[in-house]
Structures are given as structure tokens and as C-alpha cells.
Ligand binder design. Structure first.
Ligand SMILES: [Fe+2]
Ligand SMILES: [Fe+2]
Length: 136
């Protein structure tokens, strides 16, 4: 069973952004599979690094696209991304080199909750603005 499913409810109506969100969900599911298997610290760290890297790429992509299209709530949106960037860095420090599946499980729940809320509210609102600019 998948930990997180990318359903239509999470679709924001901009293809590139939906695609990136689906990829983030995939990486979170990979992390979940490792936690279930009580996998080694090394693979936990590798997948976590993938997640952090891809999250950063995605945030930068959104921020550039929103800025290029004059999104009026860009700074508020960026501040929410920055909050998540800090949380990921904090987890990265705490996970570093340890096979701590309890910490990883906690991280997974935080990730799922944050991402679901952010996609369904902040990103949805920004994507409505992009739709109005003709971007789908
Ligand atoms: Fe966002
Ligand atoms: Fe997003």
C-alpha cells in the first residue's frame, strides 16, 4: 500500500507543477518503503537527499514561474517554502548517519501533511493565477 496517493484532489491544473508534485509524492513513498523495511541509514539518507534536492528544484521552479507572471502573493508563498526548507534542513541534521526509523516515520507524517496542505491551498491559489494568465 502506498503511503501517499496523488489523487485528482491534489491536481492544481498546471501540468508542469502537477507533474513535479507527483514526483515528490513518489519520493515520499520511496522513503516510506525504506522505513517499513527498516532499511539502512545509508539508503535512508540517499532518498532523503533526493527529496531535499527535488524539493529545492521544485520550489525554485514555482517561485520563478510565479514571479514571471506577476503573482501578487509571491512573497507570502516564498515564506512558506522557506519555512519548509528550514524544516527539511533540520530533519537532515537529525537523520544524518543514523538509522532512526522513528525519526524518519515522524518526518514522513510531517512531509505528507505539509505537502498536502500546501498543494491544496497555496499552490492551488497560485495556479489559479497562472491559469488566468493562460498557463495550464
Ligand atoms: Fe509552493
Ligand atoms: Fe508546489
Amino acid at each position: 500500500m502506498q503511503f501517499m496517493v496523488f489523487t485528482d484532489k491534489l491536481s492544481d491544473g498546471v501540468a508542469s507543477i502537477d507533474h513535479q508534485h507527483a514526483r515528490l509524492v513518489d519520493i515520499i513513498n520511496q522513503l516510506y518503503a525504506l522505513v517499513l523495511k527498516h532499511d539502512t541509514a545509508a539508503s535512508l539518507e540517499t532518498v532523503f537527499d533526493d527529496l531535499a534536492r527535488y524539493t529545492e528544484q521544485h520550489f525554485e521552479y514555482e517561485e520563478k514561474l510565479f514571479a514571471a507572471n506577476g503573482y501578487p502573493k509571491l512573497e507570502e508563498h516564498r515564506a512558506h517554502h522557506d519555512d519548509f526548507r528550514r524544516r527539511l534542513a533540520d530533519y537532515r541534521d537529525r537523520i544524518g548517519g543514523r538509522n532512526d526509523t522513528i525519526l524518519a516515520a515522524d518526518l514522513l507524517h510531517v512531509l505528507k501533511q505539509w505537502l498536502t496542505d500546501h498543494i491544496a491551498t497555496d499552490d492551488k491559489e497560485a495556479c489559479r493565477h497562472l491559469n488566468a494568465c493562460g498557463i495550464h
